[in-house]
Design a protein around this ligand. Structure first.
Ligand code: NAP
Length: 353
């Protein structure tokens, strides 16, 4: 059981990110001192939004430079911190050219660097790691190895590899590395947050985050011929951020935490958006037939094996442990996607494309 001192600074790695920005916003609004890291301090536009949140809230923000691939890079940012939230990790699933360099090394070695540094810094008492449901399952067909077609925190992704679903593999090996390092010491405990696919309003106008790109694609005609019958878990970015904070400051909390409000398909999200915003935008309305997907899989950047193991296979997640351990209440998917699309409209992101 770890009681974290609320007067000490909290380190959130990767402050420019979609999820980290919400964590930092909540912490600053609650009056904490936040240390965060970005790769390049000179790229001020990547963290200007955090600076302006800090200016209008009670908390204090200090920004440090750190790269996941540089050993000891996080040492100065970690000084004096009792709570570390390690969110930084590359997140993209399409267009992977060199999985080892682009995904596996920064995820696993980066986690290794941050946690090895936490072993050196005496003030550290707890580490909250942003893992993913991708560390719980790789292909939807993995659900068939569960007793009730439901994933729980007990499961680990055993079907992904460097060549099959490398992003999911990167999250799996990074989380395993974290648990391994945590066992080599006893000053801090490790808590893990395993979000499903994250949607919800972004605090910046950046469009290079995979979550943001996906929401934009729903209204830019990408799916005009239809959408695949692919089930996935969805969660709200604000709930993910809140989960990190609850994990950090709930003394008795422990273990892995599935963060998902429901399982949906792209078409379900499109229906929610069409009902709210009408058909002014080309929200998809049809499912792509399985045989077409199977046929054109390689052209779309997927293997036929991926289609076989994922399309048309419903999956479900059990979030009851998270509700109990963290006391987290989940937003409805409809609120998440409506708020997200409204932010996209308010920020003029569709017109600019
Ligand atoms: P994001 O907006 O793309 O943020 C990723 C962050 O990681 C950025 O701050 C990025 O910095 C940083 N980063 C990447 N490579 C780095 C490196 N070599 N050194 C230092 N920093 C590096 O993605 P996100 O959605 O917020 O994801 C944050 C975390 O949540 C990741 O661990 C991701 O795997 C996990 N997650 C995300 C989802 C989701 O659906 N969004 C679901 C489950 C888990 P730059 O700004 O410099 O690129």
């Amino acid at each position: 059981m770890k009681q974290i001192d609320t007067q000490k600074p909290v380190l959130v790695t990767g402050g420019s990110g979609y999820i980290a920005s919400w964590i930092i916003k909540y912490l600053l609004e609650e009056g904490y001192t936040v240390h965060t890291t970005v790769r390049d301090l000179a790229k001020k536009e990547k963290y200007a939004h955090l600076q302006s949140i800090a200016n209008s809230s009670q908390g204090t923000l200090k920004v440090f430079a750190a790269d996941l691939l540089e050993k000891d890079s996080f040492l100065s940012a970690m000084q004096g911190c009792e709570l570390i939230m390690h969110t930084a990790s590359p997140f993209f699933v399409l267009g992977v050219k060199d999985a080892e360099k682009q995904l596996l090394q920064p995820a696993k070695d980066g986690t290794g660097n941050v946690l090895e540094t936490a072993k050196q810094v005496e003030s550290v008492g707890r580490v909250v790691l942003t893992s993913s449901c991708a560390a719980i399952y790789g292909d939807n067909a993995d659900v068939r190895s569960t007793p009730n077609n439901v994933f729980t925190e007990e499961y680990w992704n055993t079907s992904s590899s460097a060549s099959n679903n490398p992003y999911a593999y990167s999250k799996t090996i990074a989380e395993k590395e974290a648990w391994k390092i945590a066992e080599t010491q006893n000053r801090w405990d490790l808590l893990v947050i395993n979000p499903a696919f994250v949607l919800g309003p972004s605090l910046t106008k950046r469009t290079d985050s995979t979550s943001i790109k996906t929401m934009l694609q729903l209204a830019d005609g990408t799916y005009r011929f239809g959408t695949p019958e692919l089930w996935f878990g969805v969660t709200d970015v604000r709930d993910v951020a809140r989960a990190h904070i609850l994990a950090g400051f709930t003394p008795e909390a422990k273990g892995r935490h599935i963060i998902t409000s429901d399982s949906v398909m792209i078409l379900d999200i499109a229906s929610i958006l069409a009902e709210k915003f009408g058909h002014k935008y080309p929200f998809p309305q049809h499912r792509l037939p399985y045989f077409l997907l199977w046929l054109f899989a390689p052209l779309l950047g997927f293997s036929q094996n991926y289609i076989k193991n994922n399309i048309g296979v419903p999956i479900h997640f059990d979030n009851s442990y998270t509700k109990k351990d963290l006391g987290l209440e989940f937003r409805k998917v409809s609120d998440t996607v409506i708020d997200h699309f409204q932010q996209i409209l308010d920020d003029g992101l569709l017109r600019r494309r």
